[in-house]
Design a protein around this ligand. Structure first.
Ligand code: HEM
Length: 351
């Protein structure tokens, strides 16, 4: 029989108590006195969630930021669950918010901040920081922009507000430009931000108009046919009539790219799901999913021509990185509008 000395038992007890103490403490003490900042916590949780196949979540966060800040400013209104449930009145139920994702990750970040004693961080700040970290990871560290905290959470979430202001994929160039101008964004910024479609996915209903010969806007014929075949196969594979496809032809498999006649010159096809200027190269070949993407080529305005920015970003990754970073920072700073604000305890419901 193994015998323990009294000293040994006391030491083990001390160790157990110490470990239990550490587990219950904020990161500050556990990390030997150096407190993890709010920014570091958000970055850590986003980084862990995006490891491996989690990159898709990063794209979801970037879209979530756009869809929050465009509607009544960056106030986390898009995160609120609809009340009463099932009434279809909240932002999450808006037609233009189809396919939004990333809500659970925001909940996880909020929970981790609260666990670490940071109870005063707004959900709006969390979303803005998380989207910034996601773009940094998706771009392999190339896209970085400074963000100040201090946003507040709104108490109103309206599906009709969201559908009134968020641009649908069927918008024409003038509608897109007017929509962005309403929020103080230039044509160049519209083109720069559309480059986010280098990553992520779309549901068939968002680009079905492009596959139908009676409604299609200029789209490369080989690409359209490859997409038609692929989406048909995906209906069975995904068990739905509204399957998702990858936004960027760069991320499709080799057979699809060959069938679609994709010219990958100047594109790094070794990487999948990377946020870079490959969207512009695909767009210049008429191989993009949405009508709103193609419309950027259809601008006759000589003063602020979207096509000029499109060509510029297609040929210069560094110009696009700068323009995108600046536009994302500006997007993240759209001031919250509303009757009342708070710091939500739960990002899904008002206090
Ligand atoms: C210019 C007007 C825009 C239109 C019409 C538009 C439209 C769309 C549509 C229809 C989808 C697919 C939704 C689905 O079917 O699931 C989508 C996806 C996406 N959009 Fe946009 N978008 C626009 C601008 C932006 C901007 C400004 C950003 C961010 C800066 C953005 C980021 C994204 C991302 C990352 C995805 C993929 C999301 C995911 O994988 O979950 N979009 N967009």
């Amino acid at each position: 029989m193994v015998k323990f000395s009294a000293g040994c038992v006391a030491l083990s007890l001390c160790c157990c108590l110490w470990l239990a103490f550490l587990a219950g403490l904020p990161a500050e003490a556990a990390r030997g006195g150096k407190k993890e900042t709010v920014e570091e916590t958000v970055k850590r949780v986003v980084g862990t969630a995006m490891e491996g196949s989690g990159r898709r979540l990063g794209a979801a966060l970037v879209r979530l930021l756009f869809h929050d800040c465009w509607v009544q400013g960056c106030d986390a209104s898009v995160l609120l669950d609809t009340v009463p449930a099932g009434s279809g009145t909240g932002e999450k139920d808006a037609k233009n918010n189809n396919g939004l994702d990333g809500f659970n990750l925001i909940d996880d970040i909020k929970a981790e901040l609260v666990r670490l004693g940071e109870t005063n961080v707004s959900c709006a700040d969390i979303l803005v920081l998380a989207a910034r970290d996601a773009t940094a990871i998706l771009s392999g560290g190339t896209i970085n922009y400074a963000i100040k905290r201090g946003r507040v959470d709104g108490v109103v979430s309206s599906a009709s507000d969201a559908d009134a202001i968020l641009p649908p994929s069927t918008f024409k160039i003038k509608q897109l430009k007017d929509n962005f101008a309403l929020k103080g964004f230039t044509t160049r910024e519209l083109v720069a931000l559309s480059g986010a479609h280098a990553v992520g996915v779309a549901h068939l209903q968002s680009f079905a108009d492009r596959l139908n010969s009676s409604t299609e806007t200029p789209i490369d014929g080989a690409y359209r046919n490859a997409l038609r075949n692929h989406t048909e196969a995906q209906k069975t594979a995904q068990g739905t009539n509204d399957p998702i496809e990858l936004n960027n032809i760069r991320d499709m498999d080799g057979k699809f790219q060959t069938d679609a006649g994709y010219d990958a010159t100047g594109v790094n096809t070794a990487v999948v799901g990377v946020l870079d200027n490959s969207y512009y190269k695909a767009n210049l070949q008429n191989r993009v999913l949405f009508r709103s993407d193609w419309e950027l080529r259809n601008d006759t305005d000589t003063a602020a021509n979207a096509g000029i920015a499109l060509a510029e970003f297609g040929s210069s990754a560094s110009k696009w990185f700068v323009a995108f970073s600046n536009a994302m920072a500006k997007l993240s700073d759209l001031r919250a509008e509303g009757p009342r604000f708070e710091i939500r305890k739960n990002c899904r419901k008002i206090n």
